[in-house]
Design a protein around this ligand. Structure first.
Ligand code: MG
Length: 241
C-alpha cells in the first residue's frame, strides 16, 4: 500500500467473520473481532440475526449447532457455545467490544423470513448503532434489497452495500446505495465489466470471499476498493509488495 500525502492507494482489508483462522478464535466470535483489530485490518465483517423473540445475535448460519437463529428464542440461541468456548455473542456485546477498538465494523444483516421482520430488525440495529455511537464507524451490508432500502430510509447518509450480485452498479447507484459487495464470480466471471462501470459511476466495490493468492492478486490488480477475505494476513502481505 502506498501512502502519499495522506492518500492511501490500495485495497482495504476486510476480515470475513472476523479474523477467525487463528488460535483461540472462531467465526463471528468476539475474539475474532479483537484479532482483526490487532492485525490492523481496515474492517471486520460479522452477521446479525434476529431471534423469534426479537433479540439481535451475531452468527452466520441460519441453523447453527442444530438451533435455528430465526425461529428459536434468545434463551435457546444464547445457550450455544462457539468453537472457541465463547457464548454465541449478542449484538450488544459485539458493539460494546467494537466501541473499544479502532477497526471499522461491517455489519451484515441476514435476510429474514418476511419483510415485516426485516423492517423490525433494521430499526433495532439502527437504534443499537446510535446508542453505541458507532454509526460513523459501521458499514451495512445485506442480501435483502428490502433491508438495504429500509436502512437507507433510516440512515440516508450511511454506507450501505448490496450483496446479492444481481443488480448492475447503475441500478445500485440509482437506489442511493454506496456500493456493491459481490461474490468474486459475479465480478470476475459473470460481469467483469461491472468493475469499470462501478468505478465510472463512483459506486464502491467490495468483493467476497477471496482467499487464495492468485485471486487476491487479481482483485488487487482490478483496483477494487475493499477485499473481504478469510486470509487477511496473506492479503496484507500481497499489498505490501
Ligand atoms: Mg456475512
Amino acid at each position: 500500500m502506498v501512502n502519499i500525502q495522506g492518500f492511501v492507494f490500495g485495497q482495504k482489508v476486510i476480515c470475513h467473520r472476523g479474523f477467525w483462522d487463528t488460535p483461540g478464535s472462531a467465526q463471528n466470535s468476539i475474539a475474532a473481532l479483537v484479532k482483526a483489530d490487532s492485525i490492523g485490518a481496515f474492517g471486520s465483517e460479522f452477521d446479525v440475526w434476529m431471534t423469534a423473540d426479537g433479540e439481535l445475535v451475531v452468527n452466520h448460519d441460519r441453523v447453527y449447532k442444530g438451533v435455528n437463529m430465526e425461529t428459536s428464542t434468545f434463551e435457546q440461541v444464547r445457550a450455544i457455545r462457539l468453537d472457541n468456548g465463547e457464548k454465541l455473542p449478542t449484538l450488544d456485546e459485539y458493539l460494546t467490544k467494537g466501541k473499544e477498538l479502532k477497526i471499522r465494523l461491517v455489519l451484515e444483516m441476514k435476510s429474514l423470513s418476511d419483510f415485516n421482520r426485516e423492517d423490525e430488525c433494521v430499526a433495532k440495529i439502527v437504534r443499537k448503532l446510535k446508542h453505541y455511537g458507532l454509526l460513523d464507524r459501521t458499514d451495512i451490508i445485506a442480501f435483502s434489497i428490502n433491508a438495504c432500502l429500509a436502512f437507507k430510509k433510516l440512515l440516508p447518509d450511511s454506507n450501505i452495500y448490496y450483496l446479492d450480485g444481481d443488480y448492475t452498479p447503475k441500478k445500485v447507484k440509482n437506489l442511493g446505495l454506496k456500493g456493491i459487495d459481490y461474490h468474486q464470480n459475479a465480478l470476475r466471471k459473470e460481469h467483469p465489466e461491472w468493475v469499470k462501470e462501478a468505478k465510472d459511476l463512483g459506486v464502491e466495490i467490495n468483493v467476497w470471499t477471496v482467499d487464495d493468492s492468485e485471486a487476491l492478486q487479481y482483485f488487487i490488480n482490478q483496483g477494487v476498493d475493499y477485499i473481504t477475505t478469510n486470509n487477511p494476513v496473506e492479503l496484507q502481505k500481497l499489498l505490501k509488495k
